[in-house]
Design a protein around this ligand. Structure first.
Ligand SMILES: [Zn+2]
Ligand SMILES: [Zn+2]
Length: 141
């Protein structure tokens, strides 16, 4: 079965397309509900006010914004910034120009994987030769 460790709590779980385990997902849901309820009652709060009132850590609140579950415009003060060039953005992790650059890099990385599979092919092909050599030896004996 395809299992992995939860990057947050280290529990082993079956990903099923999820990044974190079901326990952490439920914790996130509860935090999300708290943040959303607070912002509904106190629109235009600062990140600090949200963190203080909901006791949800700043990283988690920012994660909700990154995932697009909370509008960064609901918050006053610091909004999201691109992880690469620090340009202000509305959602996600990267601005559109960095997103494009990253996609190109990933394509390049995928292309560089090909040589290693070619080496494996060569290894497979060398085996029949070994057998032929052994057969030769037998004929001579
Ligand atoms: Zn977890
Ligand atoms: Zn950028």
């Amino acid at each position: 079965m395809n299992v992995k460790n939860c990057p947050r709590c280290n529990r082993i779980f079956v990903p099923q397309g999820r990044r974190i385990c079901p326990v952490c997902i439920r914790e996130d849901e509860e935090k999300y509900e708290r943040v959303r309820a607070f912002l509904r009652d106190h629109p235009g709060s600062t990140l600090l006010e949200v963190v203080t009132a909901t006791e949800v850590d700043e990283d988690t609140v920012l994660q909700f914004i990154k995932e697009g579950r909370i509008e960064s415009s609901d918050l006053r003060g610091p909004s999201l910034r691109c992880e690469r060039c620090d340009a202000p953005i509305d959602s996600g992790k990267l601005c559109s120009s960095c997103q494009g650059a990253l996609t190109k890099e990933l394509q390049k990385a995928a292309g560089s994987l090909k040589p290693s599979s070619a080496i494996m092919d060569r290894d497979k092909k060398s085996r029949p030769k070994d057998k032929m050599f052994t057969a030769d030896m037998k004929d001579k004996l």
